[in-house]
Design a protein around this ligand. Structure first.
Ligand code: ATP
Ligand code: MG
Length: 212
């Protein structure tokens, strides 16, 4: 059985290659783009479209997507408030590794509770964190419902479903708001790109956007 006791006999081994060195090698800084919003608001669609655009600009990226993470790292967790908090705590620790690796990490998670999002921000560092709110009326999300989960939740076949039987707390002061019922995917991607490109720019390096 696994006991969840802290082992004090661990000593941090200082690496020879630092985040800063990796950022110089990559030609850009690392950053977290955190997409939050109701299920079907468009987080994954926009994050993956943006990732392709960044890839074309030779920016090193990785996308952490809610459903995918729950297939592996967090496959033992459900959707109660406590389990959602643990899910995000683990993700925040993974993000820290990606930041250290010099990667721009795109994160698509419903992350319905403000305190959990704040906790992630605290773990990864405020200065590394861009909060993007995919805002979309729940009626539109229910119509989209590509996974059919709203329908199942309304029939009671899925418990604790955000937007039906679990709450969503809107971000108070996000860095970006995307009204995904009004903007096309391409418009949302462009809006994020314009906001983010300066943030990943290394001093003295040409903008990745200048190469296209
Ligand atoms: N303007 C738009 N922006 C984003 N998605 C849109 C837009 N118009 C239609 N859609 C569609 O809405 C759906 C959004 O689903 P998506 O899986 O991206 O949402 P999500 O926020 O990641 O949901 P979940 O939390 O369940 O993973 C997709 O089928 C997408 O094609
Ligand atoms: Mg998604």
């Amino acid at each position: 059985m696994i006991t969840r006791q802290r082992n004090n006999n661990v000593v941090w081994h200082r690496p020879l290659v630092t985040r800063q060195m990796r950022e110089v090698l990559n030609g850009h800084k690392s950053l977290v783009l955190w997409f939050t919003g109701l299920p079907s608001s468009g987080k994954s669609t926009i994050a993956h479209a943006l990732e392709k655009k960044l890839y074309d600009l030779k920016v090193r990226t990785y996308t952490l997507d809610g459903d995918n993470i729950r297939h592996g790292l967090c496959s033992d967790l459900g959707f109660s408030p406590e389990e959602r908090a643990e899910n995000l705590r683990r993700i925040a620790e993974v993000i820290k590794l990606f930041l250290d690796a010099g990667i721009v990490v795109l994160c698509a998670f419903v992350s319905p509770y403000k305190k959990d999002r704040e906790k992630v921000k605290k773990i990864v560092g405020n200065e590394n964190f861009v909060e993007i709110y995919c805002r979309c009326p729940v009626e539109v999300c229910k119509k989209r419902d590509p996974k059919g989960f709203y329908e199942k939740a309304e029939k009671g076949e899925i418990k604790n479903y955000t937007g039906v039987s679990a709450p969503y707390e809107e971000p108070e002061n996000p860095d970006l708001i995307l009204d995904t019922h009004l903007l096309t995917v391409e418009e949302s991607v462009e809006k994020i790109l314009n906001f983010v490109i300066d943030k990943i720019l290394l001093k003295g390096e040409p903008s990745p956007k200048a190469s296209v």
